[in-house]
Design a protein around this ligand. Structure first.
Ligand code: DHB
Length: 477
């Protein structure tokens, strides 16, 4: 096939035929998904389809077969490569890195399965327009990914694959995005950003399924969940935590217990709760059980004794890697600020502005206030800014739009029907409680949820060889 203009978009993308490692496919790279891009390198899709799915003239060959699918039935993998909430140009099929393809083979293997692969780029927290003003603060990354989904639906006659079987995937911040896409389908809360970027407005943006690796999510509560898990880890970074950090850790630990219990999570008649000590209760047992089955999936013989409690797990296997408070860090500005403070900066701020990064967690603010009597100096130093920034209307909205529970609790969106969450047993970029709570919440809403801790893996595309493909085939056929 010579290069054919498929007129998918504004920049006259063409399908080109290629083959590599036994996969034969046509690619359309650099497809712009919106009309008014402020980061034209990122707001694009790279699309790869099995060669059988296209006719020689570039039109869709509906009966074309590959793997177990046809051009009409093939699932569409919608993979974002977002990390650290930064902007991202879409992956290319030629890439094989630590994310996603690593444990699951080359992306070429997906072509051989008959999948349509769409790599989505998006703007992120540090992106600036030509005037050096921020264009990628929350909720822009998610809005961009939604625009890409809408674009696929608008062009479903020109792009092979079943747009009712869009399966999103991502790792870490990208895993959070994948969960958000799953939870927020067709929410009208994104209309402003979608219109502003010139996205397709009259198509749906829900996805059928979502794979999330190590999702860094529930950001405004993430500090409470982190201290719930790591409060008693007394090595490494924990040694650098002074009396104030430790006192704050205790406060956040306790807050997580009330928060989790207030979520009222019930699955299959079991209510998931924590005891007042945070080291008992059905939710605690659930997490511990997940670590045990994770070990069992890879090892025979007696269980190591450290698997008997969360405290021994974090002391022996999964160590604290961030000091308290780590998500909404004590300094919201400058070099000491966390990744997440950058996510909730003000749109159109300049990197030198004090609100390019902001505090966003009412939990951390509240617990600093609760320590006022004991730590007056720290209170005077930090509290005012935490409160002012985290309680400002636009931060509250940004935080809500980047929290999957906003959508799951409101019940107004079309939530993906299949969700697979995988984390590493040694991942300490966020608390295991975050993914456990999320998986149980999704299951409680009747969503077909698979949740697994992968033994010995860290903050990565935590998976076992072939299992992602097996899951995709299980839910798509
Ligand atoms: C990522 C890692 C983090 O530790 C974090 O706080 C946010 C995002 C990431 O790898 O995407």
């Amino acid at each position: 096939m010579e290069k054919k203009n498929i007129c998918l978009d504004l920049n006259n993308t063409v399908w080109e035929k290629e083959s590599a490692l036994g996969a034969r496919y046509c690619k359309a790279e650099g497809v712009l998904y919106c009309h008014s891009s402020t980061a034209p390198d990122k707001q694009r899709l790279n699309i790869y389809v099995p060669v059988e799915y296209l006719n020689g003239d570039g039109t869709v060959n509906r009966s074309g077969r590959c793997g177990g699918y046809t051009a009409e039935t093939a699932p569409i993998l919608y993979i974002n490569g977002i990390g650290l909430y930064l902007g991202k140009v879409p992956y290319k099929i030629t890439e094989k890195d630590d994310t996603l393809a690593g444990k699951n083979g080359w992306y070429y293997d997906y072509v051989k399965q008959g999948y349509v692969i769409v790599f989505a780029g998006a703007r992120g927290k540090d992106d600036l327009d030509e005037n050096s003003l921020a264009v990628g603060k929350a909720p822009v990354g998610l809005s961009d990914l939604k625009a890409g989904v809408r674009f696929l639906r608008r062009n479903k006659d020109k792009i092979p694959g079943d747009t009712d079987k869009i399966i999103s995937s991502g790792m870490s911040a990208g895993g959070a995005m994948s969960i958000l896409l799953a939870a927020s389908g067709n929410s009208d809360k994104f209309d402003y950003h979608l219109k502003a970027m010139g996205a397709v407005m009259d198509e749906r943006d829900d996805v059928f399924a979502s794979q999330a690796y190590c999702p860094i999510t529930d950001l405004d509560r993430a500090d409470t969940a982190y201290e719930f898990m790591y409060i008693n880890d007394d090595n490494g970074i924990a040694n650098g935590m002074g009396a104030f950090n430790k006192a704050l850790s205790e406060k956040l630990f306790s807050e997580y217990i009330s928060y989790l219990n207030g979520r009222n999570i019930t699955v299959g008649g079991v209510s998931y709760t924590l005891g007042a000590d945070g080291r008992s209760g059905s939710f605690y047992d659930y997490i511990l059980g997940k670590f045990v089955s994770s070990y069992r999936a890879e090892n025979d013989g007696p269980l190591p004794s450290f698997l008997s409690s969360l405290d021994t797990i974090v002391k022996n296997h999964n160590h604290r890697s961030k000091a308290c408070p780590c998500f909404d860090s004590l300094f919201s500005g400058g070099e000491g600020a966390s990744v997440e403070c950058g996510v909730f900066g003000r749109m159109r701020s300049k990197p030198t502005d004090p609100d390019f990064k902001r505090h966003f967690s009412p939990s951390v603010a509240e617990q600093i206030a609760a320590l006022k009597d004991r730590f007056q100096g720290e209170y005077d130093e930090y509290y005012k800014l935490y409160k002012a920034q985290s309680e400002s209307e636009d931060v509250k909205e940004q935080v809500a739009l980047y929290n999957p529970y906003t959508y799951l609790d409101e019940g107004k969106t079309r939530v993906a029907s299949k969700i697979r969450i995988c984390v590493g047993s040694m991942d300490s970029a966020t608390s295991t409680a975050v993914s456990a709570q999320l998986a149980l919440t999704l299951a409680s809403r009747g969503i077909d949820t698979e949740y697994e801790i992968m033994w010995g893996q860290g903050h990565t595309d935590a998976d076992r060889e072939g299992e992602f493909i097996a899951w995709v085939n299980r839910i798509s056929k």
